[in-house]
Design a protein around this ligand. Structure first.
Ligand SMILES: NC(=O)c1ccc[n+]([C@@H]2O[C@H](COP(=O)([O-])OP(=O)(O)OC[C@H]3O[C@@H](n4cnc5c(N)ncnc54)[C@H](OP(=O)(O)O)[C@@H]3O)[C@@H](O)[C@H]2O)c1
Length: 201
């Protein structure tokens, strides 16, 4: 699959490396159009080229960036891996929540994109082929388009994940709060190699 990863930070590079290892054709998009070690271009060019797009930029810029790419994203699966984190107090807090979410804002910014919230509840080193005691962790996801979610579930299962669908894009409110639980545990124990797993009876 032709996958564009928008963002060349830790998440963008971890996903780009992992997807490449799994045989996908990958390009990174960012502001300079250059990402060392990867095929890269400006956001709009790689989004237009791709079959599937992953949003992996700073949460504060997600909505505005996606609004500007609405045309390129029309009809495409857009995985939103971003979190609405405000770092200004020194301890990360959500800048949206309870009655809205960044996932919903991203979907509203590009109504023709088929947005699936995923990857936001785990650290980047585990995003592709997580290898943890206790078996595959669970990637929780949300989105309004069932076919888009099926595509993302197939990609996740192929890259080492169990999955759990939380429903429509409004469940991003829960997923973004889960990110805070993941961060709180990391701050408390001082390590970041943990992931959630859903046990089913
Ligand atoms: N780090 C993790 O393990 C982790 C885990 C789960 C979710 N997330 C979420 O994933 C997203 C990416 O996180 P990250 O840790 O990889 O790095 P980040 O520092 O949050 O984001 C880096 C990317 O954001 C882009 N960016 C920054 N300001 C921009 C602007 N004004 N306009 C356009 N692009 C801009 C940068 O573009 P340039 O390359 O052009 O500078 C870069 O590609 C965040 O929303 C984060 O909350 C992170």
């Amino acid at each position: 699959m032709r996958i564009a990863v928008l963002g060349s930070g830790p998440v963008g590079t971890a996903l780009a490396k992992g997807y490449t290892r799994h045989g996908h054709e990958v390009r990174i998009g960012n502001r300079t159009g250059v990402a060392e070690g990867f095929d890269a271009g400006h956001y709009a060019d790689v989004a237009a080229w791709a079959e599937l797009v992953v949003l992996a930029v700073r949460g504060e810029v997600s909505e505005e960036l996606v609004r500007g790419l609405a045309l390129e994203l029309e009809g495409k699966v857009l995985i939103d891996a971003t979190n609405p984190l405000d770092h200004s107090t020194g301890r990360p807090e959500l800048f949206v929540g309870f009655d809205d979410s960044l996932g919903e804002r991203v979907q509203r910014a590009a109504p023709g994109a088929r947005v699936v919230k995923a990857y936001n509840t785990v650290g980047n080193p585990l995003m592709v082929d997580p290898d943890l005691v206790g078996g595959p962790p669970t990637m929780f996801l949300a989105g309004d388009d069932d076919a888009a979610k099926a595509t993302v579930v197939a990609l996740l299962e192929d890259t080492g994940w169990d999955t759990a669908d939380l429903g429509g894009i409004e469940s991003s409110r829960h997923l973004e709060a889960m990110c805070m639980a993941w961060v709180a545990h990391g701050l408390r124990v001082g390590s970041w190699g943990h992931a959630f797993k859903l046990l089913r009876g």
